[in-house]
Design a binder for this molecule. Structure first.
Ligand code: GAL
Length: 373
């Protein structure tokens, strides 16, 4: 089971070679066999009908919208009381900080957090720990604090590797030999995942860029140059508009675009279409309804399936284990150094989806499966 975790150390060291922003430098660097440190405490158990807090970021993609309802239902079904909150659209950090403090005040026994800004929650998670609550980072790591007990997510580095490989596969299927010209996009710099996705993709792409087989047309290949603040579609569309003007106006062909998620992928495609240019190979993530339709229609090339139902169910399992006084199941104790400790993690395997395997990939998803018929 879960053999996907057996990754090569070579891939890990390749990541360390990349130029990273401080916010992103905490991924895969703990692969030295470091033991888990910090304040993770032995669970003592708590009453079966306790309050569980869930603080989610703003609704930047469909997976987050879905997560809220799944947590409300899943925690109720498990016998807990729940307080599920989203950060607002604009004052996201302050909203989330206040929501977590309120959960502590209300006596939540576990606080599950999908961080809106990875580095801005140390005060609140310290409060949570002092109150005796367990802190679980959900989907996105919380950085620079020892007060995170567990991390649960789909394997983010693997997501990036799958995206990088899909980009290459798609371009090769259209044009058998290179060089291929691409552009790179990454997610919001305050989301720890954004750098990890990018590093995973560059683990696949960088060797080919170094050999000249893949060319970044604009030359913008540092994660900082490619970032889209807040995962906002408008930001991606604007950046693509300006790349098309600066680099592709004279008729140069753009073969592919690395997009970190579906929201940005569709914005990139809108920009290219608006400029009257052929749609390049565009990657994505999250299996959003409109992107699955686009893939089936032959526009967006790929997405990633990270089944939110599974991730929430596993998180609820963690809460149940804590309630009973046991230790939740962990399958990674080295990848997620948050700058203060290596956070014990439970990672699930992401799945790459293209037109070829969409029907199979979504066979058990009542919302997406009809779109593939
Ligand atoms: C990430 C998450 C992605 C995507 C993105 C935008 O943290 O892992 O799946 O949803 O946020 O909201």
């Amino acid at each position: 089971m879960r053999t996907f975790l057996t990754r090569s150390i070579a891939a890990v060291s390749a990541v360390a070679l990349l130029t990273l922003s401080a916010a992103c430098s905490n991924e895969r660097e703990g692969a030295t066999g470091a033991t888990t440190g910090g304040s993770t405490s032995a669970a003592k158990g708590f009453p079966a009908d306790s309050l569980i807090g869930v603080a989610l970021p703003s609704k930047t993609s469909e997976n987050w919208v879905l997560a809220g309802d799944l947590f409300t239902d899943g925690l109720k079904a498990a016998g807990f009381k729940s307080d599920v909150q989203y950060a607002g659209a604009s004052t996201t950090v302050a909203d989330q900080q206040a929501q977590i403090s309120a959960m502590v005040t209300k006596g939540a026994k576990v606080i599950v957090i999908g961080a809106t800004d990875a580095a801005q929650l140390s005060t609140q998670v310290a409060q949570a720990k002092q109150s005796g609550a367990t802190v679980i980072a959900y989907d996105r790591l919380i950085t620079n604090t020892p007060d995170v007990d567990y991390y649960i997510a789909f394997d983010n580095f693997k997501v990036g590797q799958l995206q990088g490989q899909a980009l290459l596969d798609g371009m090769k299927a259209k044009k058998a030999t290179g060089p291929w010209t691409i552009e790179l996009f990454s997610g919001s710099p305050d989301d720890n995942n954004a750098g990890v996705f990018f590093n995973g993709a560059m683990d696949v792409l960088k060797p080919l860029i170094d050999k000249g087989e893949v060319v970044v047309g604009s030359g913008q290949q540092d994660v900082k140059q490619t970032a889209i603040q807040g995962w906002k579609a408008e930001g991606a569309q604007q950046r693509m508009d300006s790349l098309l003007t600066s680099t592709y106006d004279s008729g140069k062909t753009l073969d592919g675009v690395l997009s970190p998620n579906d929201t940005l992928a569709r914005a990139i495609i809108t920009s290219v279409k608006g400029a009257g240019k052929p749609i390049p190979i565009v990657t994505g993530q999250d299996s959003e309804v409109e992107s699955v339709k686009s893939i089936v229609a032959g526009e967006q090339y790929s997405t990633i399936n990270k089944d939110t139902r599974e991730l929430v169910a596993e998180t609820v399992n963690m809460v149940k284990a804590l309630q009973g006084g046991g230790a939740p199941e962990i399958n990674d104790t080295k990848s997620y150094d948050n700058g203060a400790k290596v956070v014990p993690a439970y990672l699930l395997p992401p799945i790459i989806v293209t037109k070829d395997n969409a029907a199979e990939a979504y066979a058990n998803d009542p919302k997406l499966s009809p779109l593939t018929k």
